[in-house]
Design a protein around this ligand. Structure first.
Ligand code: ZN
Length: 145
């Protein structure tokens, strides 16, 4: 494994390259200076989705949700807690399937919430239904080396 990592900025989607050793030193985006990890899930839209999934060298976990979905609301604080626990080893992001129906369709999201774990642009695991923070963290670690 190379010791330089590509990380996509959650704010401007610039691809940053930084040594793996700097991952846990609160790195900032070279382009816009935003923190690369904020302890909050990244809100994805069509504009940055492909790049966040495809260009990050760390795995990306996406919560496909919708504003009208009760279980999604219940899971939201748990997902935020999981973000604090899994960063900077994993990027956690949310995709509003009502605002971005094309992406939900592309990934054949049939029920929400659905969690999809991506690595190097490819889906490696999927899970439907709300989980608590502990279970999200455990599920992600189960699927990573
Ligand atoms: Zn940036």
């Amino acid at each position: 494994m190379s010791d330089a990592l590509h990380l996509v900025c959650p704010a401007c989607h610039a691809v940053n390259r930084l040594p793996a050793s700097r991952l846990d030193q609160q790195p900032r985006c070279g382009q816009c200076r935003a923190p690369l990890f904020s302890g909050q899930p990244v809100e994805l839209t069509q504009a940055g989705f492909a790049r966040q999934i495809g260009r990050n060298d760390i795995p990306v976990l996406v919560d496909f949700w919708a504003p009208w979905c009760g279980p999604c609301k219940v899971m939201a604080p748990h997902f935020a807690e999981a973000t604090r626990r899994l960063e900077p080893q994993v990027r956690l992001a949310k995709l509003d399937t009502e605002a971005e129906p094309d992406i939900g369709g592309e990934f054949r999201i049939r029920s929400i919430p659905t969690l999809v774990l991506f690595r190097s642009g490819r889906e490696i695991a999927r899970q439907s239904g709300a989980l608590g923070a502990e279970d999200i963290v455990r599920w992600v670690r189960q699927h990573l080396p």
